[in-house]
Every structure is written in C-alpha cells, then in structure tokens.
Design a protein around this ligand. Structure first.
Ligand code: PGA
Ligand code: ZN
Length: 422
C-alpha cells in the first residue's frame, strides 16, 4: 500500500512578489509532488484565513508559521496515510484545525497540502491531475473569462469596476477561442497606445490605463474585438467583475472615479443600462457582500437575462451558497479553493452549486503562481468556465497553456462556448 512518507513546506514568492506557501508531498513509492497557494487582494470578509507572520520580515507577510504548521502539526497527522483518500486527508486537517475558517493552522498551510496530496496521488497512479480529480467524466474545456482591463484594487487608475473581461463563446475549440482572445488583447494594446494611453499591466495582466469613467473600457474592448476581425455578441461577449464590496460604505456605492455615490437601486439601474447597451453576459459581485437586499433585487431584475456571480458574497462556502440559493440571490458562484481551504470542500461547493442549477466558475487569485492546478481542477469538475486573467504574464498563461495541453490530450473534449448562454 502506498502511503504518505513525508510532507514539507517552503516559503516562495507569488506574482505580486509576496511570500506564499509551497507544499511538497513525498509518497512511499517515491512520487514527489508540490503545489503553490495563491493569494487575493480584494478578499471577501468570510474567506478562510491566510496565516501571515506579521513583524518586519517581508513587511509582515512572511508565511514561516504556515510552513511550520505543515511540517509539524499537519505532517504528524498525515504521514502514513493513503494519498488516495482526499476526503479523509482533508477531513483530518479540518478537525486538527478545529475552527470554521482555518484560523489556527492557516488556510494557506492546509490548501497547500490538500493540493499537493491530490497531485501526488494522480502522479503515482500515472494519471493526469484532471483525470484523477474528475474520472472519465472530466471532458469539458472551460470557456475562459479573460480580464483584459484592470481597475479597482488591482490597478492604480480611476476605474472603479475591478475587471473587464472577454468571453470567447462563439468557437468550437478552446485553442481557437484562446487565439481570438489573444488577437483581441494585442489589438487592444495597439489601440490604447495609438490614443496615448498607458499599456502598463495591472495585477492580472490586463491593461490599466487611466480612463475617465467605467464605460470607456467597454467601448475600447468592443472596438478591439471588431478591429481584430471578430463579432461582439456573436463570437465574443463581455463579463464584468465590479468587486463592489470594495467601494460599498455606509449603505452607498462610491464610484470615486466618476465622483458619484449610488444607492443599491441606482447601481442596479446602472447595470441594467449597461446590459441593455452592451453585450454583457455576466456580472460578478455586482452588489456588496453585506448588501443581501441589494443582491436579491439585482437577481430579480437581471437574473433571468445574465449570469450573476457571487465571489466575495459566497467565498466558495457551501453553507453561504445555500443561504443564497434559499433567498434567490445570484445564479452562479466563483470557485476559489483558497477561500474555503481544501480540495474536498471546494468540490462539495461545486457539487451543491450544480445540484442547485447555479453555474460555477473556477478562478485564480490576483496574487498567483506558476502552478496551473486550477486548469486541471476546472476540467476535472466540468465547471464549464474559468477565470484566470489576461492571456499575458506567466502566472496567467500557465493556466491557459495547461488547458491547451489538456485539450490536445482529451481528443473527445467539449468546448461549450456556443451553448453557454443560450
Ligand atoms: P482577488 O480578486 O484575487 O484580489 O480577490 C479576484 C476577484 O475579485 O475575482
Ligand atoms: Zn471577484
């Protein structure tokens, strides 16, 4: 019987230059596998805790305590166990921590081990990670949401909404969809440069020029789609992540870039106008995580026309999603493993979303690494959508490149862009 022989952890760097946990698992058959944990900037309040050392090292962001928790407390419990029972491994870590949000061990410690165990198990069975995670039913290549203009907490500009994304829906293959997205991205870069805008990149690889309002990015993206030779709406649709918890204070939504403050009703009205004018098919965190009344109204008004995604709202948490389903809030959930802490809990949330007819979108964080785990995870769980940034910067392209590989491996894989929003 193959068992877990050793577990170690090391402090490495994420794409923003902050420390993060890299966990390594060694099996008794000699298999070695590692995984790197990502980190968010516009985090939801109810996310699992990311353990940071404080003090002066790395301006307080060190993760040596989390690494020690992996090597001592967690390794003590897991060494000797089978790597093939992911639910058992994750359950043991959850019980060892004993808190709701992994505030004792750190979700960064726990998730690193959870991912590394899954990867080691797959490797020792000679299976690709997506196949191990999803079995023979893992067949769907996700439609990417590519964030090509960055604002909000991910950029230094006057744009209040955090992400302006394209979704290449009108294609039959992932690689063709990705190619179109890249051509649009490069065309957008040229367009921006021609008009004197900066083409410097935000945290997720999108451009972050100093636009004067929240609509201008949409206009530029539409121009870029057409100039690249593609048809907006028919082939490429738009998605927004407002990340509105970031600009919600005292019951108002403060659009600082536009010098306006809106009530929930006014913001919903604003979205409705955008959806009428532009081919927007998805809005994430349209309302703030504390504004459930606003969320209910938004879902009532737009829920049968577009995808409404809860990110900060649901934080990949099955119990919070269940409240949302019960109250008719949102119709989709963003899936970020480090918001909840383990692979098993992430899978539980996705299964519950699927049973509740809510769509799921596998997602990166703004602070990422070269680890492409979520590409395999998206295919393994047939989420049908993935959000992993612009088609630029190594930590983002690592995921797209892995999906290209998976598509080539699959032969009978399905790219479901054309039916996604039918
Ligand atoms: P984060 O942002 O990783 O900084 O939280 C991503 C998002 O809001 O979707
Ligand atoms: Zn978000």
């Amino acid at each position: 019987m193959v068992y877990i022989d050793r577990i170690s952890a090391q402090e490495v760097l994420d794409s923003r230059g902050n420390p993060t946990v890299k966990a390594t698992v060694v099996l008794s058959d000699g298999t070695i596998a590692s995984a790197i944990v990502p980190s968010g900037a516009s985090t939801g309040k109810r996310e699992a805790l990311e353990l940071r050392d404080g003090g002066e090292r790395f301006l307080g962001k060190g993760v040596l305590k989390a690494c020690e928790n992996v090597e001592v407390a967690i390794a003590d419990e897991l060494v000797g166990l089978s790597p093939y029972n992911q639910a058992q491994i994750d359950m043991i870590m959850q019980e060892l921590d004993g808190t709701e949000n992994y505030s004792k061990l750190g979700a960064n410690a726990v998730l690193g081990v959870s991912m590394a165990v899954a990867r080691a198990a797959a490797k020792s069975l000679n299976l690709p990670l997506y196949r191990y995670l999803g079995g023979s039913n893992a067949m769907v290549l996700p439609v990417p949401m590519l964030n090509i203009i960055n604002g909000g907490a991910h950029a230094n500009n006057g744009v209040d909404l955090q992400e302006y994304m394209i979704m290449p829906t009108g294609f039959d293959e992932f690689k063709e969809a990705l190619r179109a997205s890249v051509e649009i991205y490069q065309t957008l870069k040229k367009l921006l440069a021609q008009e004197g805008f900066s083409t410097a990149l935000g945290d997720e690889g999108g451009f972050a020029p100093d636009f004067k309002n929240n609509q201008e990015p949409i206009e530029y993206i539409l121009r870029a789609i057409e100039a690249a030779g593609y048809r907006p709406e028919e082939q490429v649709v738009l998605a927004l992540d407002a990340a509105s918890s970031e600009f919600y204070r005292d019951g108002f939504y403060h659009l600082a870039g536009e010098g306006r403050q809106l009530t929930s009703d006014e913001l919903i009205q604003y979205y409705e106008e955008l959806v009428e004018r532009y081919p927007i098919r998805s809005i994430e965190d349209g309302m703030a995580e504390d504004d459930w009344e606003g969320w209910r109204k938004l879902t009532e008004r737009l829920g049968d026309r577009i995808q409404l995604v809860g990110d900060d709202l649901f934080v990949t948490n099955k119990a919070i999603l269940a409240e949302g389903v019960g109250q008719g809030v949102a119709n989709a959930i963003l899936i970020k493993p480090n918001q909840i802490g383990t692979i098993t809990q992430t899978m539980e949330t996705v299964r519950f979303a699927q049973r509740s007819s809510y769509r799921s979108i596998m997602s990166h964080r703004s602070g990422e690494s070269e680890d492409p785990f979520i590409a395999d995870f998206a295919v393994g769980l047939n989420t049908g959508q993935i959000k992993t940034g612009a088609p630029a910067r190594g930590e983002r392209t690592a995921k797209y490149n892995r999906l290209l590989e998976i598509e080539r491996d699959l032969i009978f894989g399905e790219y479901i862009g054309k039916e996604l929003f039918d």
